[in-house]
Write a protein of this length. Structure first.
Length: 128
């Protein structure tokens, strides 16, 4: 039964990622060229500016994916942790202080991993 729940979670995450990819397609649509002569007379500066724009958009997509995966993983981990902690407290009410302390410490570590992913994404955008 536990593998069924994990399969449901992973399939729901896959559906959300597929939906996001499908909805992002119009953002990558290419505008039609004004004429063939305008495409031929494109200068080197314009080509460099276009390459810089592609690099910037690639960085933005990579950062969005990285932070999205980190946030999704953290959310799943926090949900599982909360469920297991509640279940443990229900089984052993006299140990709720230790369980709650351990749960809070683990939540801090999960949040730290998500914040590190955000910092790496910011570094990728502004430094690289």
């Amino acid at each position: 039964m536990k593998t069924l729940n994990i399969k449901k979670i992973l399939s729901a995450l896959l559906v959300v990622l597929a939906l996001a990819a499908v909805l992002a397609v119009p953002a990558f649509a290419e505008e039609p060229a004004a004429s063939a002569a305008a495409a031929v007379t494109q200068t080197v500066e314009a080509a460099e500016a276009e390459a810089e724009g592609l690099t910037t958009s690639g960085k933005a997509i990579a950062c969005a994916v990285a932070v999205g995966i980190a946030a999704a993983g953290g959310a799943i981990a926090m949900g599982l942790l909360g469920a297991k902690a509640s279940e443990s407290i229900a089984r052993q009410p006299e140990a709720d202080g230790k369980i709650r302390t351990s749960m809070m410490l683990t939540l801090v570590f999960i949040e730290t991993a998500i914040i590190y992913a955000l910092l790496v994404a910011i570094l990728i955008i502004f430094v690289l």
